[in-house]
Design a protein around this ligand. Structure first.
Ligand SMILES: NC(=O)c1ccc[n+]([C@@H]2O[C@H](COP(=O)([O-])OP(=O)(O)OC[C@H]3O[C@@H](n4cnc5c(N)ncnc54)[C@H](OP(=O)(O)O)[C@@H]3O)[C@@H](O)[C@H]2O)c1
Length: 223
């Protein structure tokens, strides 16, 4: 039987790169998407070894490119579609300093693009064994957890994408597809374009993977 396949967006750095490595090391076929494969040196080196990693160019807000990739991968079942790519937007832009264009840009990447991705790849997910759509949300999007105010842009984008996932979980249920949103835990980048390096972060990443596996198992057992 073929290896299970996961498609990950934003796979060139940060959490996406680490999950690419971990899933590939566990024997998964990883369809690793990033905006600029030519510049994705860490991802390329991972793909040059024995790991089953294929790299594809994808800006998640380029809907023509998305549609072309979905056609290219039309015959490939995708067990987990992981919408990981995301941006924070300007930090510290509090009340009175929120820029509408910056807000719209973050909403497009964090909220609109994940749904477009799922719409583009739903057939491949439905054709897989595990049938899971996962979106990297954030505790910052929790309304109950917002005790600090501010961070309008990022918070609202993650609140909204969680609502998108809720509707997906209902709308795709009859195709056997589960949809979940994830909070990876706080992961700190210590330098630009580096993977995450603090010990606590590694634990957070392992937790994501454990969470994924347990959700995958639950999704499978519930069918
Ligand atoms: N780090 C945390 O503590 C934390 C906590 C909660 C949730 N999250 C969420 O987890 C996800 C990953 O976070 P991270 O910390 O790994 O972020 P990161 O290190 O900043 O990496 C973001 C990734 O998203 C990609 N990306 C951004 N815009 C894109 C676009 N238009 N098309 C395709 N790819 C795009 C980036 O690609 P480029 O290299 O081309 O820019 C990069 O690969 C995000 O959704 C984030 O909101 C993170």
């Amino acid at each position: 039987m073929a290896n299970r396949a996961i498609l990950i967006t934003g796979a060139n750095r940060g959490i996406g790169l680490e999950l690419t490595k971990q899933f590939a090391q566990d024997g998964w076929q990883v369809l690793a998407c990033c905006r600029n494969p030519a510049d994705a040196t860490q991802l390329q080196s991972l793909g040059e070894g024995d790991l089953d990693i294929e790299i594809f160019a994808l800006d998640v807000t380029d809907y023509q490119q998305l549609s072309a990739l979905a056609q290219q991968l039309a015959a490939r079942p995708i067990d987990i579609l992981l919408c990981n790519a995301g941006i924070y937007g300007p930090r510290g832009a509090g009340f009175g300093a929120v820029d509408a264009q910056e807000w719209l840009r973050v909403l497009e990447v964090n909220t609109v693009a994940p749904l477009m991705l799922v719409q583009a790849f739903v057939t491949q997910v439905a054709a897989s064994r595990q049938k899971l759509v996962a979106v990297m949300s954030s505790k910052m999007g929790s309304i109950a957890d917002n005790g600090g105010g501010a961070e309008y842009i990022y918070r609202s984008s993650k609140t909204a994408v969680t609502q998108v996932v809720k509707s997906l979980s209902i709308d795709l249920a009859d195709r056997g597809i589960s949809a979940i949103s994830l909070h990876p835990g706080k992961c700190i980048r210590v330098e630009s374009h580096s993977a995450i390096c603090r010990p606590g972060t590694e634990r957070a990443i392992s937790r994501i993977q454990r969470q994924q596996y347990s959700l995958v198992r639950t999704a499978r057992e519930s069918r």
